[in-house]
Write a protein that binds this ligand. Structure first.
Ligand code: ADP
Ligand code: MG
Length: 393
């Protein structure tokens, strides 16, 4: 069964077109009997689209039948009967729980029964002859067509299910790896804290030393907290609270945050910032850009220039973070955002993965340009948006 209103709508529209096209290309059996294959898309629609899609298709069928030919009581009785028989048959056999093979067998048998019953209704209500060629052209061949189509539908649906299952497994695997690395990463600061707490137990400890130990322990606690927060963003990337983010305010804040690091590595920071509003979670935004800016600074161990630009274009704002650092090979560039990809001795290879995830969740598009020995430039383009009344969220 198909889920989601847009897929249902797409199913309805495409099958309606198929029904109308079938009617426009009829098969002449004899001068008294004009027939076509409209029943195939109709029954497929009921089976895979559900009762409501089926009902809408029934309406399409009746209206188009009337417009192309004329009102016919026989056609009305046959379509309604087919609709009801299909729904009852699906309920009776609990269609959605059947295996693919049984679904195909069910559809074909049901369709054959429909064709036979329809022929008998037509015979009972009008002058209608069921002969051998009718049996072949309008009962056997359409049933064969139904067999092929349900087979194709089932194969496609199975493919989609396999793909969804794979994505889920992949995500679970990454999460499992992340859980392992969190415990590994958090263990280091915890060991340090433990050591200092043990030192604090000593009697006659000078006040100065005590203060020093406490400061180190608390900074290590902050580090552990940061690590956990970082990784939790990946496990739960959907921002809780969405608000208007001022690009200039946040980029300026970020520059201030990394100032100690850039000073330490004699990195000159240049800014040229145009303001714009985008919508997202401020903390996530800061984290995503902090990772990118930190990488840029880290790529210039012997100093260099970090350029932070933002430019407002029509409906979008582009943020560029460029460095004059070591750069990347095309192969390295292609691996950006992959978990655990790091060329640094003490790198986690998780920073950019988190950034990419956050930026993608905020509808941002990332482009990276890099040359070995020359530097790297990250360009991120966001749609300019603004929530009028943040309290309405
Ligand atoms: P980490 O910084 O822990 O290594 P990241 O996910 O932040 O992990 O980055 C992954 C890798 O991408 C880095 O190890 C580095 O090789 C490469 N990289 C990212 N940004 C830059 C940059 N600005 N210049 C050069 N290499 C970069
Ligand atoms: Mg990093």
């Amino acid at each position: 069964m198909i889920h989601g209103w847009y897929t249902r709508l797409a199913t309805l529209v495409s099958l309606s077109i198929a029904i109308i096209l079938c009617m426009l290309s009829p098969i002449y059996h004899n001068p008294y009997c004009v027939h076509d294959l409209r029943m195939i898309p109709f029954v497929l629609g009921i089976i895979y689209g559900g009762p409501y899609t089926g009902l809408a298709l029934l309406a399409v069928l009746l209206v188009s039948r009337m417009m192309i030919y004329s009102w016919s009581m026989v056609a009305f009785v046959i379509y309604v009967m087919i609709y009801l028989l299909t729904i009852i048959g699906m309920k009776w056999f609990d269609f959605n729980r059947l295996s693919s093979r049984k679904k195909i067998i069910f559809s074909v048998i049901l369709f054959t029964i429909h064709s036979i019953v329809a022929a008998f209704i037509a015979k009972a209500m009008t002058v209608f002859v069921i002969d051998e060629s009718y049996l072949i052209n309008f009962i056997l061949l359409p049933s064969l067509g139904m067999l092929i189509l349900t087979y194709i539908c089932e194969t496609l649906l199975k493919q989609i299910q396999i793909k969804q299952a794979l994505v889920k497994i992949e995500k679970m695997e990454v999460l499992a790896q992340l859980a392992a690395s969190i415990s590994h990463e958090v263990k280091n600061p915890l060991t340090v804290i433990k050591g200092f707490l043990r030192l604090l137990r000593q009697e006659n400890l000078p006040v100065g030393k005590k203060e020093q130990y406490l400061t180190i322990a608390s900074s290590e606690l902050n580090r552990a907290e940061d690590i956990i927060n970082d990784y939790l963003t990946f496990a739960k990337p959907d921002p809780d609270q969405v608000e208007n983010i001022s690009i200039s305010e946040q980029l300026n804040k970020l520059t201030e945050m990394v100032e100690p690091l850039s000073n330490q590595q004699s990195v000159l920071v240049q800014k040229d910032i145009e303001d714009a509003n985008i919508v997202g979670n401020t903390r996530n935004f800061q984290q995503a850009f902090l990772n990118i800016i930190k990488n840029a600074i880290e790529s210039m161990p012997k100093g260099g220039t970090l350029i932070i630009l933002s430019k407002v274009q029509k409906g979008s704002v582009s943020i560029t973070i460029s460095d004059t650092g070591v750069g990347m090979t095309p192969l390295q560039r292609a691996r950006l955002g992959e978990p655990y990809f790091s060329t640094k001795e003490k790198g986690t290879g998780l920073g950019l993965m988190v950034s990419y995830r956050i930026i993608e969740a905020m509808k941002g598009v990332i482009t990276v340009d890099s040359r070995v020995g020359k530097g790297t430039s990250f360009q991120i383009v966001f749609p300019v948006e603004c929530i009028k009344d943040p309290s309405s969220l």
